[in-house]
Ligand binder design. Structure first.
Ligand SMILES: Nc1ncnc2c1ncn2[C@@H]1O[C@H](COP(=O)(O)OP(=O)(O)OP(=O)(O)O)[C@@H](O)[C@H]1O
Length: 266
Protein backbone atom coordinates (compact mmCIF):
# COMPACT_ATOMS: atom_id res chain seq x y z
CA UNK A 1 0.00 0.00 0.00
CA UNK A 2 1.33 3.48 -0.63
CA UNK A 3 0.81 6.48 1.58
CA UNK A 4 -0.61 8.79 -1.12
CA UNK A 5 -4.03 10.26 -0.54
CA UNK A 6 -6.47 8.32 -2.64
CA UNK A 7 -8.91 11.19 -2.64
CA UNK A 8 -8.50 14.85 -1.70
CA UNK A 9 -11.30 17.37 -1.78
CA UNK A 10 -10.90 21.08 -1.04
CA UNK A 11 -14.02 23.21 -0.62
CA UNK A 12 -15.70 20.84 -3.05
CA UNK A 13 -19.26 21.69 -4.04
CA UNK A 14 -21.80 20.75 -6.66
CA UNK A 15 -25.03 22.56 -7.47
CA UNK A 16 -28.05 21.42 -9.45
CA UNK A 17 -29.69 24.63 -10.61
CA UNK A 18 -29.63 26.85 -7.56
CA UNK A 19 -29.56 24.01 -5.06
CA UNK A 20 -26.38 22.64 -3.52
CA UNK A 21 -26.26 18.84 -3.55
CA UNK A 22 -22.85 18.95 -1.87
CA UNK A 23 -21.11 21.98 -0.44
CA UNK A 24 -17.82 23.00 1.07
CA UNK A 25 -16.43 19.51 1.40
CA UNK A 26 -12.80 19.24 2.49
CA UNK A 27 -11.55 15.72 2.87
CA UNK A 28 -8.41 13.56 2.72
CA UNK A 29 -8.71 9.81 2.33
CA UNK A 30 -5.54 7.80 2.80
CA UNK A 31 -4.98 4.85 0.46
CA UNK A 32 -5.62 1.26 1.42
CA UNK A 33 -8.79 1.73 3.40
CA UNK A 34 -12.38 0.63 3.12
CA UNK A 35 -14.27 3.86 3.60
CA UNK A 36 -17.94 4.02 4.47
CA UNK A 37 -19.87 7.01 3.12
CA UNK A 38 -23.00 7.36 5.21
CA UNK A 39 -25.92 9.75 5.24
CA UNK A 40 -29.67 9.89 4.88
CA UNK A 41 -31.38 9.96 1.47
CA UNK A 42 -30.50 13.08 -0.45
CA UNK A 43 -27.46 13.89 1.71
CA UNK A 44 -25.12 14.11 -1.28
CA UNK A 45 -23.46 10.68 -1.26
CA UNK A 46 -24.07 9.89 -4.94
CA UNK A 47 -22.96 13.42 -5.86
CA UNK A 48 -19.64 12.97 -4.03
CA UNK A 49 -19.06 9.55 -5.63
CA UNK A 50 -19.86 10.88 -9.12
CA UNK A 51 -17.47 13.79 -8.59
CA UNK A 52 -14.77 11.28 -7.55
CA UNK A 53 -15.51 9.08 -10.57
CA UNK A 54 -15.30 12.01 -12.98
CA UNK A 55 -18.98 11.68 -13.95
CA UNK A 56 -19.73 15.18 -12.65
CA UNK A 57 -17.68 18.38 -12.64
CA UNK A 58 -17.46 20.46 -9.44
CA UNK A 59 -19.40 23.75 -9.21
CA UNK A 60 -16.86 25.00 -6.66
CA UNK A 61 -13.59 23.87 -5.11
CA UNK A 62 -11.64 20.91 -6.36
CA UNK A 63 -11.14 17.19 -6.10
CA UNK A 64 -8.19 14.99 -6.94
CA UNK A 65 -8.16 11.22 -7.04
CA UNK A 66 -4.85 9.33 -6.88
CA UNK A 67 -3.07 12.60 -7.54
CA UNK A 68 -4.99 13.53 -10.71
CA UNK A 69 -8.19 15.13 -11.84
CA UNK A 70 -10.91 12.40 -11.85
CA UNK A 71 -11.86 12.94 -15.50
CA UNK A 72 -8.29 13.66 -16.57
CA UNK A 73 -8.09 11.20 -19.48
CA UNK A 74 -8.20 7.46 -20.12
CA UNK A 75 -5.24 6.54 -17.87
CA UNK A 76 -6.86 8.31 -14.95
CA UNK A 77 -10.30 6.82 -15.63
CA UNK A 78 -8.74 3.34 -15.72
CA UNK A 79 -7.59 3.78 -12.13
CA UNK A 80 -11.13 4.36 -10.85
CA UNK A 81 -13.91 1.79 -10.76
CA UNK A 82 -17.46 2.99 -10.19
CA UNK A 83 -20.38 0.68 -9.53
CA UNK A 84 -23.38 3.01 -9.75
CA UNK A 85 -26.56 2.63 -7.71
CA UNK A 86 -29.00 -0.21 -8.49
CA UNK A 87 -26.28 -2.64 -9.69
CA UNK A 88 -26.03 -1.63 -13.31
CA UNK A 89 -25.97 -4.72 -15.55
CA UNK A 90 -27.60 -5.34 -18.95
CA UNK A 91 -30.61 -7.65 -18.45
CA UNK A 92 -30.48 -9.05 -22.01
CA UNK A 93 -26.79 -9.94 -21.92
CA UNK A 94 -25.36 -13.11 -20.41
CA UNK A 95 -22.78 -13.21 -17.65
CA UNK A 96 -20.15 -14.17 -20.28
CA UNK A 97 -21.24 -11.22 -22.48
CA UNK A 98 -20.61 -8.90 -19.54
CA UNK A 99 -17.08 -10.23 -19.14
CA UNK A 100 -16.42 -9.85 -22.89
CA UNK A 101 -17.73 -6.28 -22.76
CA UNK A 102 -15.55 -5.56 -19.72
CA UNK A 103 -12.50 -6.84 -21.61
CA UNK A 104 -13.31 -4.65 -24.64
CA UNK A 105 -13.86 -1.49 -22.61
CA UNK A 106 -11.07 -1.69 -20.03
CA UNK A 107 -7.38 -1.69 -20.94
CA UNK A 108 -6.31 -3.19 -17.62
CA UNK A 109 -8.98 -5.96 -17.64
CA UNK A 110 -8.01 -9.01 -15.57
CA UNK A 111 -9.78 -11.83 -17.44
CA UNK A 112 -8.46 -14.57 -15.15
CA UNK A 113 -9.72 -12.77 -12.07
CA UNK A 114 -13.17 -12.25 -13.66
CA UNK A 115 -13.50 -15.93 -14.69
CA UNK A 116 -12.27 -17.19 -11.35
CA UNK A 117 -14.70 -15.00 -9.42
CA UNK A 118 -17.66 -16.00 -11.58
CA UNK A 119 -16.78 -19.67 -10.97
CA UNK A 120 -16.37 -19.10 -7.23
CA UNK A 121 -19.78 -17.41 -7.12
CA UNK A 122 -21.27 -20.38 -8.96
CA UNK A 123 -22.70 -18.12 -11.67
CA UNK A 124 -23.49 -19.80 -14.99
CA UNK A 125 -21.72 -17.80 -17.75
CA UNK A 126 -24.65 -18.53 -20.11
CA UNK A 127 -27.23 -17.05 -17.71
CA UNK A 128 -28.83 -13.74 -18.72
CA UNK A 129 -28.23 -10.96 -16.18
CA UNK A 130 -31.96 -10.15 -16.15
CA UNK A 131 -32.68 -13.63 -14.76
CA UNK A 132 -30.19 -13.41 -11.90
CA UNK A 133 -31.28 -12.75 -8.31
CA UNK A 134 -30.61 -9.29 -6.87
CA UNK A 135 -27.69 -10.68 -4.87
CA UNK A 136 -26.19 -12.36 -7.95
CA UNK A 137 -26.61 -9.18 -10.01
CA UNK A 138 -24.80 -7.22 -7.31
CA UNK A 139 -22.00 -9.81 -7.28
CA UNK A 140 -21.73 -9.61 -11.08
CA UNK A 141 -21.50 -5.81 -10.95
CA UNK A 142 -18.83 -6.10 -8.22
CA UNK A 143 -16.88 -8.62 -10.34
CA UNK A 144 -16.92 -6.21 -13.29
CA UNK A 145 -15.71 -3.41 -11.02
CA UNK A 146 -12.89 -5.53 -9.57
CA UNK A 147 -11.72 -7.08 -12.87
CA UNK A 148 -11.08 -3.60 -14.21
CA UNK A 149 -8.30 -3.66 -11.55
CA UNK A 150 -8.88 -0.08 -10.41
CA UNK A 151 -6.84 1.37 -7.59
CA UNK A 152 -9.95 3.01 -6.18
CA UNK A 153 -13.32 1.28 -6.31
CA UNK A 154 -16.42 3.40 -5.64
CA UNK A 155 -19.66 1.56 -4.85
CA UNK A 156 -22.92 3.51 -4.58
CA UNK A 157 -25.35 1.83 -2.15
CA UNK A 158 -24.31 -1.64 -3.32
CA UNK A 159 -26.35 -3.53 -0.72
CA UNK A 160 -29.43 -1.30 -0.41
CA UNK A 161 -31.69 -3.65 -2.38
CA UNK A 162 -30.34 -6.93 -0.96
CA UNK A 163 -31.79 -9.18 1.75
CA UNK A 164 -29.67 -9.67 4.90
CA UNK A 165 -28.01 -12.90 3.68
CA UNK A 166 -27.10 -11.45 0.28
CA UNK A 167 -25.84 -8.31 2.04
CA UNK A 168 -23.52 -10.36 4.24
CA UNK A 169 -22.26 -12.39 1.30
CA UNK A 170 -21.65 -9.29 -0.80
CA UNK A 171 -19.71 -7.50 1.93
CA UNK A 172 -17.76 -10.70 2.63
CA UNK A 173 -16.70 -10.98 -1.04
CA UNK A 174 -15.75 -7.31 -1.03
CA UNK A 175 -13.57 -7.76 2.06
CA UNK A 176 -11.85 -10.79 0.51
CA UNK A 177 -11.16 -8.83 -2.66
CA UNK A 178 -9.69 -5.92 -0.68
CA UNK A 179 -7.41 -8.36 1.13
CA UNK A 180 -6.26 -9.95 -2.16
CA UNK A 181 -5.91 -6.86 -4.36
CA UNK A 182 -4.13 -3.56 -3.77
CA UNK A 183 -7.30 -1.56 -3.62
CA UNK A 184 -8.96 1.33 -1.81
CA UNK A 185 -12.74 1.26 -1.56
CA UNK A 186 -15.42 3.84 -0.84
CA UNK A 187 -18.92 2.45 -0.43
CA UNK A 188 -22.04 4.36 0.45
CA UNK A 189 -25.09 3.43 2.44
CA UNK A 190 -27.80 5.25 4.33
CA UNK A 191 -27.44 2.67 7.13
CA UNK A 192 -24.37 2.73 9.39
CA UNK A 193 -25.21 -0.86 10.37
CA UNK A 194 -24.35 -2.02 6.82
CA UNK A 195 -20.90 -0.58 7.11
CA UNK A 196 -19.79 -0.91 10.71
CA UNK A 197 -18.17 -4.32 10.28
CA UNK A 198 -16.76 -3.58 6.84
CA UNK A 199 -15.25 -0.11 7.06
CA UNK A 200 -12.26 1.19 8.98
CA UNK A 201 -12.91 4.78 7.90
CA UNK A 202 -16.15 6.71 7.89
CA UNK A 203 -17.47 9.84 6.14
CA UNK A 204 -20.81 11.18 7.30
CA UNK A 205 -22.78 13.56 5.08
CA UNK A 206 -25.93 15.31 6.25
CA UNK A 207 -27.85 17.93 4.25
CA UNK A 208 -25.13 18.29 1.61
CA UNK A 209 -22.43 18.89 4.19
CA UNK A 210 -19.62 16.83 5.60
CA UNK A 211 -20.44 16.13 9.24
CA UNK A 212 -17.49 13.99 10.32
CA UNK A 213 -14.74 12.01 8.68
CA UNK A 214 -12.08 9.81 10.17
CA UNK A 215 -11.04 6.38 11.34
CA UNK A 216 -13.90 4.45 12.86
CA UNK A 217 -11.91 3.66 16.05
CA UNK A 218 -10.99 7.33 16.53
CA UNK A 219 -14.53 8.49 15.84
CA UNK A 220 -15.93 6.01 18.37
CA UNK A 221 -13.35 7.08 20.96
CA UNK A 222 -13.98 10.82 20.54
CA UNK A 223 -17.76 10.94 20.00
CA UNK A 224 -20.20 10.42 22.84
CA UNK A 225 -23.96 10.40 23.16
CA UNK A 226 -24.98 12.17 26.37
CA UNK A 227 -28.48 11.72 27.74
CA UNK A 228 -29.69 13.54 30.85
CA UNK A 229 -31.95 16.26 32.27
CA UNK A 230 -32.71 18.99 29.73
CA UNK A 231 -29.91 21.50 29.34
CA UNK A 232 -28.62 24.11 26.97
CA UNK A 233 -25.92 22.52 24.76
CA UNK A 234 -24.13 25.89 24.80
CA UNK A 235 -23.41 25.35 28.50
CA UNK A 236 -21.44 22.15 28.21
CA UNK A 237 -17.83 22.21 29.49
CA UNK A 238 -15.17 23.76 27.24
CA UNK A 239 -13.66 21.26 24.81
CA UNK A 240 -16.92 19.46 24.09
CA UNK A 241 -18.06 20.29 20.54
CA UNK A 242 -21.75 19.70 20.00
CA UNK A 243 -22.40 17.68 16.84
CA UNK A 244 -26.16 17.42 17.33
CA UNK A 245 -28.73 18.00 20.05
CA UNK A 246 -32.32 16.81 20.53
CA UNK A 247 -34.58 17.78 23.39
CA UNK A 248 -37.87 16.68 24.88
CA UNK A 249 -39.56 18.74 27.64
CA UNK A 250 -37.37 17.17 30.29
CA UNK A 251 -34.53 15.41 28.60
CA UNK A 252 -31.67 16.25 26.25
CA UNK A 253 -29.71 13.89 24.01
CA UNK A 254 -26.53 15.49 22.77
CA UNK A 255 -23.78 14.08 20.59
CA UNK A 256 -20.45 15.65 21.47
CA UNK A 257 -16.95 15.37 20.14
CA UNK A 258 -14.15 15.62 22.70
CA UNK A 259 -10.67 14.27 23.34
CA UNK A 260 -11.11 14.29 27.10
CA UNK A 261 -13.13 11.89 29.25
CA UNK A 262 -16.74 12.81 30.11
CA UNK A 263 -16.90 13.31 33.87
CA UNK A 264 -20.37 14.89 34.13
CA UNK A 265 -22.49 12.91 36.66
CA UNK A 266 -25.71 14.22 35.09
N1 LIG B 1 -29.63 15.29 -11.56
C1 LIG B 1 -30.11 16.00 -10.55
N2 LIG B 1 -30.85 17.11 -10.76
C2 LIG B 1 -31.31 17.85 -9.74
N3 LIG B 1 -31.11 17.56 -8.43
C3 LIG B 1 -30.39 16.46 -8.15
C4 LIG B 1 -29.86 15.63 -9.19
N4 LIG B 1 -29.17 14.61 -8.58
C5 LIG B 1 -29.29 14.80 -7.26
N5 LIG B 1 -30.01 15.91 -6.99
C6 LIG B 1 -30.31 16.45 -5.65
O1 LIG B 1 -29.09 16.61 -4.94
C7 LIG B 1 -29.23 16.22 -3.58
C8 LIG B 1 -28.21 15.15 -3.25
O2 LIG B 1 -28.51 13.97 -4.03
P1 LIG B 1 -27.63 12.66 -3.99
O3 LIG B 1 -28.22 11.72 -4.99
O4 LIG B 1 -26.21 13.01 -4.09
O5 LIG B 1 -27.93 12.13 -2.51
P2 LIG B 1 -27.70 10.70 -1.87
O6 LIG B 1 -27.14 10.95 -0.51
O7 LIG B 1 -26.93 9.85 -2.79
O8 LIG B 1 -29.19 10.17 -1.75
P3 LIG B 1 -29.80 8.69 -1.90
O9 LIG B 1 -29.36 7.94 -0.69
O10 LIG B 1 -31.26 8.96 -1.91
O11 LIG B 1 -29.27 8.15 -3.18
C9 LIG B 1 -30.67 15.77 -3.42
O12 LIG B 1 -31.40 16.85 -2.89
C10 LIG B 1 -31.11 15.46 -4.83
O13 LIG B 1 -32.49 15.67 -4.97
Amino acid sequence: MNGTAVLQARGLGRKYGRRWALRDCTLDLPAGHVVGLVGPNGAGKTTLLKLAAGWLAPSSGGISVLGGSPAGGPAQLAKIGFVAQDTPVYPGLTVADHLRLGARLNPGWDAALARERIARLDLDPAHRAGKLSGGQRAQLALTLGLAKRPRLLLLDEPVAALDPLARREFLQTLMEAVAELDLSVVLSSHLVSDLERTCDHLIVLVDSRLQVAGEVDDLLATHHRLTGPRRDPGRLPAGQDVVSAHHTDRQSTIIVRTDTPILDPA
